[in-house]
Design a protein around this ligand. Structure first.
Ligand SMILES: [Zn+2]
Length: 310
């Protein structure tokens, strides 16, 4: 029961025509391990807690070099730990390497292609095969800027959109209100936690608030979201500014973390918008299910282990 004009999820999620006990399957498509947390982690935890099947797919394993290098699987391992905290039932990697940031796009490692060089149709077909196998109802992807313009994130948008065309699945694109992004990044620049991106660039990030079709309140899932972030140890323990920002977020008391990161936003192409100030995403969760969430592949209960640090 979203507000009029807000994005709605298909009947199974919205509590309409109930098949499979009213549960739906959501495939969350991300660029790298750790991306699943900040933009969608609360939503995924909430969906899983409410009985829906959550599948996380990453395009890239977050590794620049060959798969045979020591540590090459670290970030996928961290993603699996994060996914367990969020209650996801399955994690898959599409098989691509990280394309990295900065002006230089390095050659491909010997055993796989960087995601930004992936043929869009080929990558979309890999994703579509998973969507079909899962009989997914919803695909979560990224907005056209890929949130903040990372080349792999922009590619996620293109590949997600193509996979949606191939399968007919509904696609909701993670984003954030442009007005909010501007305020947050101005503060981060003032604190010198962001230096690489210039104000003119930051002004293009996110989506104007009036164009956002779905806002999800995830404050009740702040603990899981923070614990999932902590699971990405190699990122958190890094030396860069991003790592410092991550450590700051992890040091926040859970209620404060929930105030800062307790909302997540999506746009659905073609969905009606009518000003979205009151648009909360009860549509994600109107149906309470009498049966427990589907277990993971290993038979473990899919409900998020609240408070657990992976
Ligand atoms: Zn990323």
């Amino acid at each position: 029961m979203g507000t009029v004009g807000c994005g709605r999820l298909p009947g199974k999620l919205a509590g309409g025509a109930a098949t499979m006990g009213g549960m739906a399957t959501v495939v969350a498509f991300h660029a790298h391990p750790d991306d699943e947390v900040l933009a969608t982690g609360g939503t995924l935890a909430r969906l899983a807690a409410e009985g829906h099947r959550v599948v996380i797919v990453v395009a890239s394993d977050g590794w620049m070099g060959a798969r045979t290098e020591p540590g090459a699987s670290t970030r996928l391992d961290e993603l699996r730990a994060s996914a367990a905290v969020l209650g996801a039932a399955r994690v898959e990697h599409l098989g691509y390497a990280d394309s990295g940031t900065g002006p230089v796009l390095f050659p491909d490692p010997p055993d796989r292609q960087r995601f930004v060089r992936a043929d869009i149709d080929e990558a979309a077909e890999r994703l579509a095969a998973l969507i079909r196998a899962e009989h997914a109802d919803v695909l979560l992807s990224y907005d056209a800027q890929g949130g903040y313009g990372h080349r792999d994130h922009v590619r996620v948008h293109a590949v997600g959109a193509r996979a949606a065309e191939l399968t007919g699945v509904r696609v909701f694109e993670a984003t954030a209100p442009r007005e909010y992004v501007r305020v947050v990044f101005s503060a981060l620049r003032a604190l010198r936690l962001v230096v690489r991106h210039q104000p003119a660039e930051i002004r293009t990030w996110g989506t104007p608030r009036a164009a956002i079709t779905l806002r999800v309140n995830v404050r009740r899932y702040a603990r899981q979201k923070q614990a999932a972030l902590a699971a990405h140890r190699s990122v958190v323990q890094g030396t860069g500014r991003l790592a410092r920002l991550m450590r700051l977020l992890l040091a926040l008391p859970v209620p404060v973390f929930g105030l800062v990161l307790g909302r997540e936003w999506f746009i659905e192409a073609g969905a009606a918008t009518s000003g979205t100030a009151g648009c909360d995403a009860r549509a994600w969760s109107t149906k309470r299910h009498g049966r427990p969430p589907r277990g993971s592949a290993g038979g473990r209960a899919a409900s998020p282990p609240v408070g657990e640090r992976a």
